[in-house]
Ligand binder design. Structure first.
Ligand SMILES: [Zn+2]
Length: 354
């Protein structure tokens, strides 16, 4: 064990002695951001091969754990306090969902309405209404398609994909792990490879879209009428730091926020980085926000890190690994605050938040 790992373990154990709400009194933040993507009791074919997520009961357990310790703050409340130059007070939680999956309406919305909890949904706006599919969802469907195939066919696909990757790919998960990062850049040749993968894996994207995996415009409007907030999350989930050209970056931000504002009827909408904000010129971001005052603030996924223009959030999709653990949140909070404390102590050498 290196001294750094040992120090982290000692600090983590010491933090267990404190109530989670004490962390926010030491490292003060405007609000603690939480980011989910999907909640479902059954497998979600276009998400399950990508990352694990919580069941409705596990999500409810998270909400009840939070409700007992924190105060939820809605997007309008956050903006009202900002505009008035007023601090919200400690231990405020800002709940959000990214990507715009249909489960936001069918599973998440009823639970939030029942418990009276506000939430902001960041929409990947070109897939609203199910006219097209996000690239990583297509990859997930390909992984599932290959798992149902006989060994010889899978080997042939792995060989073809391995040739495109320039290295051997041992199984469908390896194909997914190779191609997904490449698809963050819209100009990548990996898009032609994805089209070929969809073909050889026998995935019917049209049939997939007919299952309505993404939110429809009418559902967004209904949820807005029920009091939920919406924000932009780019048009097709490209990584902003990987897109060549400031005009294209601006278009992704502004267009997705324009659609979110039009559907929800809000005069001001936030934006959340697809993936993270690494590599995105913060000067350009400031310019985009200045030119488009209806947009902001911007949300990232850097845990409880602090950045002038960006409110960061913890990603909290992962379900408990062991049975009997009601919520993963105590551990996630501890890890995020510990990382931030070490980052702050590390000073200039610390990695910037994502
Ligand atoms: Zn996303």
């Amino acid at each position: 064990m290196t001294p750094g790992v040992l120090a982290r373990r000692v600090a983590s154990n010491a933090m267990r002695l404190l109530p989670v709400t004490a962390y926010g009194r030491v490292i003060r933040r405007e609000a603690i951001g939480l980011c989910y993507h999907v909640v479902s009791d059954g497998p979600v074919p276009h998400v399950s091969p990508l990352y694990p997520f919580k069941t409705a009961a596990q999500f409810r357990a998270d909400l009840l754990w939070l409700k007992a310790r924190f105060r939820f703050v809605s997007f309008p409340e956050l903006m009202e306090a900002r505009d008035a130059g007023r601090a919200l007070g400690p231990n405020r939680v800002f709940l959000s969902f990214d990507d715009g999956y249909a489960e936001c309406f069918s599973v998440v919305r009823p639970l939030l309405l029942e418990l009276g909890i506000p939430c902001t949904f960041f929409l990947t706006t070109d897939v609203i209404g199910n006219g097209q599919a996000l690239a990583f969802n297509q990859v997930a469907l390909c992984v599932q398609g290959m798992e149902a195939m006989d060994g010889a066919r899978v080997r042939a696909i792995l060989e073809e994909m391995g040739a495109a990757a320039g290295r051997p790919l041992a199984d469908p998960e390896a194909v997914s792990a190779w191609i997904r990062p490449a698809l963050r850049n819209p100009d990548s040749p990996a898009y032609a490879t994805l089209a070929r993968l969809v073909e050889v894996a026998g995935v019917d994207v049209g049939a997939f879209l007919r299952t309505q995996p993404y939110l429809a415009a009418e559902q967004v409007k209904q949820m807005a009428a029920e009091g939920f907030s919406f924000g932009g999350h780019s048009r097709l989930h490209w990584h902003l730091g990987s897109i060549a050209g400031p005009e294209r970056v601006e278009h992704e931000i502004v267009e997705s926020c324009r659609v979110a504002a039009a559907l929800s009827g809000a005069s001001r909408v936030p934006f959340a980085f697809p993936y993270d904000g690494f590599g995105l010129d913060r000067g350009l971001l400031a310019e985009v926000l200045r030119r488009n005052p209806f947009i902001g603030p911007v949300f990232g996924t850097g845990g409880v890190a602090q950045e002038e223009q960006v409110l960061h959030r913890m990603i909290v999709d992962h379900p408990p690994k062991r049975p009997g653990v009601p919520s993963t949140l105590p551990g996630v909070f501890r890890d995020a605050y510990l990382s931030e404390a070490l980052r702050l102590l590390g000073g200039a050498r610390a990695a910037p938040p994502g």
